[in-house]
Write a protein that binds this ligand. Structure first.
Ligand code: M6R
Length: 359
């Protein structure tokens, strides 16, 4: 039931702070230590490489997971689009462990990969929002997202729940391996900060609607740019905009623009920079300047400690690895308002189904 909300998507965006709290309560004990099935931890530790597989938004959550697993567990991690992996399997390591990310647990492309993985006898985990879903039943282990039903076709709270659960799992694994990076990562405190930060962003709806009006209502093209983990979020930000507002949006590595794609920038083309990582902030800022010089109209989404008075949206500071949980929220709302004010069916965009059960 969407209650007083005009669309499920808005309700689901608003639920994200509570989903963060629910995951904390479910998977962390009173001292903030992860409580994850020991057999799962052992199975993952026995592997020499993690393979994350997913489609669409779930694939994008995997791109963040790669950073979390590599930083906190030192395990090499690859991320793959399921429809590609199914028919062009990369050379695998000697002891692979597979992680399937899927909101619905029913995506045909991901099921195809899991059936190959099972045939080969490799161990697997499904991270899903739907208990007893096919991908959950067919994998060796399951972790549930506890995000509550996600009805809108555009995935929002499942993306942030997947990232938060990957963070908890990476913390559990890394701590068990005795790694300093994992010990120092206070996931409980960080997720509490994330929940509050998300709340502050969803409380800025009027501002986001205004930015949508100013930047996105009169264009059929837009760019999100960033570096590293911000580039990964820019892919998800662009997908949200494409999917429900039909603006042709591209998420791009900001340093790569000048190698060709910058030719698409014209007077007034919106370019939105995501800047949350200290190491690359000034580089992305100069890449934004390069687009301004070609006529772009730029907007910035920046974490507080890197922000100036000229930035458009300032995100509360949390651990750099968890900044995607905050930087994606304005992008979800920008897509929402653009779709809404174009009079489109936000929850049921054309040509799409909530769960894609054909390959
Ligand atoms: O249920 P899944 O997470 O396996 O679904 C994967 C994609 O179909 C899904 O994330 C899709 O990209 C969303 N509509 C994006 O908002």
């Amino acid at each position: 039931d969407k209650g007083t909300y005009p669309f499920y998507m808005l309700k689901e965006v608003d639920e994200q702070p509570n989903v963060m709290r629910k995951l904390t309560q479910t998977y962390l004990n009173g001292e903030g230590k992860p409580e994850i099935d020991d057999q799962l931890i052992k199975a993952m530790q026995a592997a020499d490489r993690l393979y994350i597989v997913g489609a669409g938004t779930s694939y994008h959550a995997g791109l963040i997971g790669k950073r979390l697993f590599e930083k906190l567990t030192s395990m090499p991690t690859e991320v793959h689009v399921s429809s590609e992996f199914a028919y062009e399997q990369p050379l695998l390591s000697a002891k692979p462990f597979f992680i399937f990310l899927t909101q619905s647990g029913e995506t045909a492309d991901s099921r195809e990969v899991l059936s190959n993985v099972n045939e080969a006898g490799y161990p697997s985990l499904t991270i899903t929002n739907v208990e007893n879903s096919t991908l959950s039943r067919e994998a060796n282990f399951t972790l549930l997202l506890h995000a509550g039903p996600e009805i809108a076709v555009a995935s929002t709270k499942a993306y942030t729940a997947q990232i938060a659960l990957e963070a908890i799992l990476a913390k559990a694994l890394g701590e068990d391996l005795g790694l300093d990076a994992a010990k120092a990562f206070d996931v409980r405190t960080q997720l509490a900060l994330v929940a509050n930060g998300m709340q502050a962003i969803v409380d800025e709806k009027d501002k986001l609607e205004g930015l949508s009006n100013e930047f996105l209502m009169d264009t059929n093209r837009a760019f999100y740019i960033g570096r590293g983990i911000d580039q990964a979020v820019s892919l998800e930000a662009a997908l949200k905009l494409k999917e429900i507002s039909y603006v042709q949006a591209e998420g791009f590595a900001s340093g790569e623009l000048k190698h060709g794609t910058i030719a698409l920038i014209e007077k007034g083309t919106p370019v939105i920079g995501i800047i949350t990582q200290a190491k690359t902030a000034s580089l992305t800022r100069s890449n934004l300047q390069e687009t301004i010089a070609r006529g772009a109209k730029t907007m910035t989404i920046v974490r507080e400690s890197l922000a100036t008075d000229d930035d458009d949206l300032v995100l509360p500071d949390v651990d750099e690895l968890l900044m995607p949980l905050l930087s994606v929220v304005p992008a979800q709302l920008l897509a929402y308002y653009t779709s809404l004010n174009k009079g489109l069916d936000v929850d049921k965009p054309r040509n799409l189904a909530k769960s894609v059960t054909v390959e």
